[in-house]
Design a protein around this ligand. Structure first.
Ligand SMILES: [Zn+2]
Length: 94
């Protein structure tokens, strides 16, 4: 009997350790909502408690260089599409 109990205790201890590990992992991803003080996960964009807007951790506002490049790509695509439409009108328009 005594031996069995020890096994169960070991198992319980193992589970407790696992639980603590999981909790520690969770807590690393917890941030405090600036609106209501509730703990929320850091990838959330909205507080589940008060609905306040949150900035997820790791979120960086787009830097100017990237924004400029995206704008250029956007323009290039627009021009290409316009060119294709013009060509199609020329080919099929007659
Ligand atoms: Zn909140």
């Amino acid at each position: 009997m005594g031996k069995k109990n020890t096994v169960y205790e070991d198992e319980a201890e193992k589970q407790e350790k696992r639980r603590q590990k999981q909790q520690a992992r969770m807590e690393r991803h917890l941030v405090v909502c600036p609106h209501c003080g509730e703990k929320v996960l850091d990838h959330m964009t909205k507080c589940p408690k008060c609905g306040g807007v949150l900035v997820p951790r790791g979120y960086r506002p787009m830097d100017e260089k990237t924004a400029k490049r995206l704008k250029t790509i956007g323009w290039a695509v627009s021009i290409a599409v316009a060119a294709v439409i013009v060509i199609l009108i020329f080919v099929y328009g007659k």
